[in-house]
Design a protein around this ligand. Structure first.
Ligand code: MCA
Ligand code: AMP
Length: 527
């Protein structure tokens, strides 16, 4: 087995350097014995987080001075260990590439190959899948539990008692690349969005200011950690300011309510689908239980919704249920959060609000002219230190997505009485389901590989719970039959579960315009 085992931590003398150069970690260092993360293993202090991350960094470095932006991919469920792997990568000078726990092997391989990953760290649960991938590519393969992570309070005490821990960790310039997060787009395969440490610092600090984060805050993470909502808006923000982040390995609506009642969270962030799922559980609870559920939410100072349009009906339902008016905000993997309703002041239903501090927003019409008046729709374009550096190894795509230094979001919005309202996406091929951005083209490409499918068209159909649902119109070869459940089974090994069509229809011909292009608006009407 290629696993690297180490006991370096126990034998090395380590000194925590005053600053490492990474704004997030330098900010977190000040929080010492405060509780940074709670997970299934217990509570973990900031001190423990830093010390464990330093240990991981030293293992990654293997005596080298700096990973020099080599890519370190990790597949670890939401937990203390995840953050240790992320920070360990950063402290060693690497670029963190978080992998998705829901992805089947081909999607993991795509990210690992596209990012040209050198080192793979995994939780033991995923070792059987990742070790062959690592070996086939000559990647170094490490098990997070063998890096002495998450071992509990004994180790923490032992580590912190070492007076002169001195690991030769590099000083990191904050303009260096920190992370690659994969996002689907109008091309058929996901693109790697590269952010620097400075980008992350800008994305986090505007949220700290606008949403009033303090070290007394405590939040529950239910979102996956391969996307910016969970990574930046929840985890990095909490850790930047010295708050506590409790992590659930996986979303479970009943369990979230149990924790809301038991714990004293002060703020909570989720995608609209999660709020719909939580409301369903509330609806089916007995009246006295509903009261304690609502009471638990009322104790929180803030509940935030984002990643997809929040239906006004959902906002109103929660207003009635728990008395909270959700703060809706708008973001993107490429820019973090950009536009938000206010912490204090009017939170206008159906609107995403106003630009966050440090973020400049403009709307641009189809001719490329900046719109200067209200009520005229245009594409949202963004400037600011929050904007990502590049699409990984795609200089042309990067250039195409910027106009005169403005990042073109592909979202259309309108400004009305000082607040932005989203009207939709420019591309019909982008589907948002449960907060995940999904490329219709990517799914079509995969479906065409099925032996029974001659041609297909994938669309997003509006759905109350999911926002949109992936649906496929299929033309089968004349002698073939393909039931939905059989198609789903076939897809499971190829694409992530959230991309698998939830409904199909069978047709003889796809609707096309005179140029022969499939008209997706007409495909949608078929459902
Ligand atoms: C799970 N399934 C889905 C989705 N999630 N299908 C479509 N869309 C989805 N989003 C599959 C499940 O695998 C399952 O498949 C079936 O649908 C029903 O699963 P269920 O148990 O109801 O769902 P779940 O497992 O509870 O997951 C729902 C979820 C999850 C918690 C809403 O989708 C989620 O964590 N979404 C958050 C995504 C996110 O973080 N996006 C941020 C992107 P089967 O029936 O076959 O078992 S970052 C971003 O957008 C920017 C920066 C921003 O503004 O924030
Ligand atoms: P992602 O690429 O996964 O980061 O998704 C970003 C996209 O999510 C944006 O381009 C929007 O289309 C969508 N989005 C995020 N927040 C909102 C919101 N509050 N309302 C509507 N759409 C949103």
């Amino acid at each position: 087995m290629a696993t690297s085992k180490t006991s370096a931590k126990r034998t090395t003398t380590i000194t925590t350097t005053p600053t490492c150069g990474i704004p997030l970690i330098d900010s977190a260092v000040e929080n010492g014995s405060g509780i940074a993360i709670c997970d299934d293993q217990g509570e973990h202090s900031y001190q423990s987080l830093i010390l464990q991350a330093q240990t991981v960094a030293s293992v990654l470095l293997q005596g080298e001075q700096d990973l020099k932006e080599r890519r370190v991919a990790f597949l670890i469920p939401s937990s203390f260990s995840y953050v240790v792997a992320q920070w360990g990568t950063w402290l060693a000078g690497g670029i963190a590439v978080p992998l998705c726990t829901m992805h089947p092997t081909p999607e993991l391989e795509y990210v690992i190959d596209n990012a040209e990953v050198d080192i793979i760290i995994t939780h033991p649960d995923f070792a059987d899948r990742l070790q062959p991938i690592a070996e086939a590519r000559g990647c170094r393969f490490l098990l997070i539990n063998e890096l002495s992570v998450g071992m509990g309070s004994e180790i923490d005490t032992e580590l912190s008692a070492m007076p002169n821990r001195s690991l030769a960790l590099p000083h990191i310039n904050s303009n260096r690349r920190a992370m690659i997060v994969y996002t689907s787009g109008t091309t058929n395969r996901p693109k790697g969005v590269v952010t620097t440490h400075d980008n992350i610092a800008a994305q986090v600090s505007c949220l700290i200011e606008s949403w009033g984060w303090t070290r007394d805050d405590s939040t529950l993470l239910v979102l996956p950690l391969h996307h910016v909502h969970g990574i930046v808006a929840v985890v990095c923000s909490a850790l930047w300011i010295g708050a506590t982040c409790e992590m659930m390995g996986q979303f479970d609506a009943e369990e979230v309510w149990r924790r809301f009642i038991k714990k004293n969270y002060t703020l909570f962030m989720a995608v609209p689908t999660i709020y719909v799922k939580l409301a369903k559980v509330w609806d089916s609870a007995a009246e006295n239980k509903q009261q304690s559920m609502s009471e638990a939410c009322r104790k929180m100072r803030l509940m935030i919704s984002g990643s997809a349009a929040l239906p006004v009906s959902v906002l109103e339902k929660w207003q009635g249920m728990v008395g909270h008016t959700f703060l809706e905000r708008y973001g993107m993997t490429e820019i973090g959060m950009a536009i938000s309703n206010p912490l204090h002041g009017e939170r206008r239903p159906g609107y995403i609000g106003q630009p966050l501090p440090g973020v400049t927003v403009r709307l641009v019409d189809e001719e490329g002219n900046a719109i200067t008046e209200e009520s005229i729709p245009g594409e949202i374009q963004i400037k600011g230190a929050n904007v990502f550096q590049e699409y990984w190894k795609k200089p042309d795509t990067t250039a195409e997505n910027f106009k005169d230094g403005w990042f073109c979001s592909g979202d259309t919005a309108v400004l009305e009485n000082g607040y932005y309202r989203i009207l939709g996406r420019n591309s019909v091929d982008i589907i948002k389901s449960g907060g995940f951005k999904i490329s219709a083209l990517e799914i079509e490409e995969e479906l065409r590989k099925h032996p029974a499918i001659e041609e297909c068209s994938v669309v997003g159909i509006e759905n109350e719970e999911w926002g949109e649902q992936v649906c496929a119109a299929l033309i089968l070869h004349s002698d073939q039959e393909l039931k939905l459940h059989a198609l789903k089974e076939w897809c499971k090994d190829r694409i992530a579960v959230y991309k698998i069509p939830k409904a199909v229809i069978y047709i003889d011909e796809l609707p096309r315009n005179i140029m022969g292009k499939v008209t997706k608006k007409d495909v949608k009407k078929l459902f």
